[in-house]
Ligand binder design. Structure first.
Ligand code: ADP
Ligand code: MG
Length: 271
């Protein structure tokens, strides 16, 4: 039996603005297992980013609880956003080491550790470069290195490759699998891209909107990777469910006036 890295129990999140409250997600129950790659798919606005932020303890739940293995109210999770947001006045090395400067991690700072990480991530030639001198794909690798240098137990990736061109995205997906294979790491990845989900995931969960909750999940580890027919059946199920959740959510959104978000939701799924 796999051990649990993070347990989410009856989680819900509500935002209140101008005395109006809206329920972002509710009834979320989930065990995230050690060393798995869990991928979450779901329509825009269903609360995927909010859920990741609560797992990272960047925000509090309104109800329920999130328990990290062995500890409560503390997180060993590192979060990576779609935009690298590197500090332009710091070099690649300085950006990566920034996380270590905070007192809690200060002892972990060591020259050899950073050098090894830069090499492992294939960015050692960029050590002294500034963010405006590197490509988008390189910046995202720096972003991941910056998060992993403090050795989080769980890595939370919020559409990390969504802003990159397709070939860089494919390259970084393979690179992420390589990075993962050489260390103990649990990954929760949010994406819009079903192909990306199928390529990277041990498990896939589809969320629905209004309020966000889990619709369906698939354990891909039980699928024989040489069995094309089973793989296609699962892919079709996932695509159908995902499209269903998007259509359902766009029906709800159509009732509102948020045109931009509707357009994003109705974007065709790449396959
Ligand atoms: P997703 O990542 O699935 O697209 P989000 O988690 O970003 O969805 O957002 C879910 C919903 O919560 C959206 O309707 C969004 O407008 C709302 N929301 C997110 N963050 C806040 C916030 N800080 N204050 C108020 N509403 C928010
Ligand atoms: Mg999001």
């Amino acid at each position: 039996m796999d051990s649990i890295a993070v347990k989410i129990k009856n989680a819900s999140k509500e935002y209140t603005q101008k005395s109006k409250s809206s329920l972002v997600f509710s009834d979320i129950n989930l065990d995230i297992f050690d060393n798995e790659i869990l991928v979450i798919l779901g329509p825009s606005g269903c609360g995927k980013s909010t859920l990741l932020r609560t797992i990272a303890r960047l925000e509090k739940l309104s109800g329920g609880e999130i328990i990290d293995a062995g500890e409560k109210d503390d997180s060993k999770a590192g979060m990576v956003f779609q935009e690298p947001l590197l500090y332009p006045w710091l070099t690649v090395k300085e950006n990566i080491e920034l996380g270590l400067s905070f007192s809690k991690n200060f002892d972990a700072k060591n020259e050899n550790g950073t050098k090894k990480l830069l090499q492992e991530f294939g960015i050692d030639q960029l050590t002294d470069s500034y963010p405006d001198e590197i490509s988008g794909g390189q910046a995202q690798r720096v972003n991941l290195a910056r998060t992993l240098i403090v050795n989080p137990k769980v890595l939370l990736l919020d559409e990390p490759f969504g802003a990159l061109d397709p070939s860089t995205r494919t390259y970084l997906q393979d690179w992420l699998l390589d990075i993962k294979s050489s260390r103990e790491l649990t990954i929760v990845l949010v994406t819009h891209d079903v192909e990306e989900a199928l390529k990277l995931a041990d498990r896939i969960i589809i969320m629905s909107a209004g309020p966000g909750t889990f619709l369906e999940s698939w354990d891909l580890r039980s699928v024989d990777s040489t069995d094309e027919s089973s793989k296609n059946t699962i892919k079709k199920q996932i695509l159908d469910n995902y499209q269903g959740s998007i259509q359902n959510s766009s029906t709800q959104i159509n009732k509102s006036t948020d045109i931009e978000e509707t357009i994003e939701i109705l974007e065709p799924i790449q396959s």
